[in-house]
Design a protein around this ligand. Structure first.
Ligand SMILES: Nc1ncnc2c1ncn2[C@@H]1O[C@H](COP(=O)(O)OP(=O)(O)OP(=O)(O)O)[C@@H](O)[C@H]1O
Ligand SMILES: [Mg+2]
Length: 354
């Protein structure tokens, strides 16, 4: 097990900077997700850690040692690639044994290590099958067993679950987390599925255009994104854009929004974000009846669409030419109809200053 440290690493392909001055540390035994859009440099970063690519600038340290001159097979890294391929003509056990045999191990040691790895992924009973006789999830586990059988210090997983359907994928996320805990190996997991990143990792690094735009615990990034990109890439967010006049945020349409009481932004252009589940919808009629005054955490609008998804409903609300989103858990309150004039309300403290 080992800590991985990436220091000011860049790599350019032709004229394209695929990885741009990235610095990030992966602590020993941690489970990290790298999240970012297609082409943001996730695979390239993993390939440099594994030793398949070399940084133009910067350095990579594994277990405290600079690995520049350490070849792939000496880095003690297990990797499951984006398009992992099992050897079709070999049994499950043969696939898993391969890496050990390449290293020159033989006989009983190989047999025992393979049995242990298959036990860990709960495939001991299918050791003699061929890959085409397995389900997608089972094949995925063979790929994982193959990566961990050599007892790597670091496990690199490049979208290992992307080929699986949703139900299987959720099962495998739980499995993967269990296996990682049991083995305790430092794991870097690439995904572009935000829910997956949120649910299984200890920490998340968000990449965009080859740069790490934010790194932190899942709750931290979700609750305190530092940019509009982070706010909208990890989770959904409504954005209020306008001008801060020293007291309030003035939107283009003249409406004004109070800031969280502890926010001290500079005057001028400013953006605020709020998560859709933090927006409450009150029918304007009910608001008028209760005689409650126009609250400052309030924007008037009209419901333009409702999307029902079982436990909750997502509403789109048009206000001042902008569309906002509100997610409402289904409770005792009835559903709101399209066309209903509403007030969007929220707690000031739920606004995120970007
Ligand atoms: N060997 C290469 N030669 C030239 N360009 C490359 C090479 N490998 C990657 N790139 C480019 O570098 C950028 C980053 O690629 P990378 O594969 O790291 O993205 P990614 O974040 O893994 O994307 P995806 O989510 O689609 O897998 C892309 O623009 C890609 O086209
Ligand atoms: Mg990739």
């Amino acid at each position: 097990m080992a800590r991985v440290e990436v220091r000011n690493v860049s790599l350019t392909f032709g004229a394209h900077k695929a990885v741009d001055d990235v610095s990030i540390s992966f602590e020993d035994g941690g489970f990290y997700a790298l999240l970012g859009p297609s082409g943001s440099g996730k695979t390239t970063l993993l390939r440099m850690i594994a030793g398949f690519e070399f940084p133009d600038e910067g350095s990579i340290h594994i277990g405290g040692e600079a690995v520049e001159s350490v070849p792939v097979n000496k880095r003690r890294i297990g990797m499951v690639f984006q398009n992992y391929a099992l050897f079709p003509n070999m049994s499950v056990a043969g696939n898993v044994a391969f890496g050990l045999q390449v290293r020159g191990e033989k006989g009983e040691t190989v047999r025992r290590d393979v049995a242990d790895a298959l036990e860990l992924v709960q495939l001991g009973h299918l050791a003699d099958r061929r890959p085409h006789q397995l389900s997608g999830g089972q094949r995925q586990r063979v790929a994982l067993a193959r990566a961990i059988v050599t007892k790597p210090r670091v496990l690199l997983l490049d979208e290992p679950l992307s080929a699986l359907d949703k139900a299987l994928r959720t099962d495998m996320q739980v499995e993967l987390k269990r296996i990682q805990r049991e083995v305790g190996v430092t794991t870097i997991f690439v995904t572009h599925d935000q829910d997956e990143a949120l649910s299984i990792s200890d920490r998340i690094g968000i990449l965009n255009n080859g740069r790490i735009v934010q790194e932190g615990a899942p709750e931290e990034i979700y609750d305190r994104p530092k940019s509009e990109f982070a706010a909208t890439f990890l989770g959904d967010a409504n954005i209020f854009a306008g001008t801060f006049d020293g007291t309030r945020l003035r939107l283009q349409n003249g409406e004004a929004i109070d800031l969280p009481s502890d926010a001290r932004p500079a005057n001028g252009d400013l953006r605020l974000a709020i998560r859709p589940e933090r927006v409450r919808l009150v029918p304007s009629a009910a608001l008028a009846e209760s005689g409650s005054s126009q609250s400052s955490s309030h924007l008037a609008g009209t419901i333009t669409r409702r999307m029902f998804s079982g436990s909750q409903s997502t509403y789109l609300v048009e206000s001042g030419g902008q569309e906002y989103k509100a997610i409402v858990m289904r409770g005792n309150a009835g559903e709101l109809e399209v066309g209903t004039p509403v007030a969007m309300q929220w707690d000031r403290s739920d606004l995120i200053v970007l």
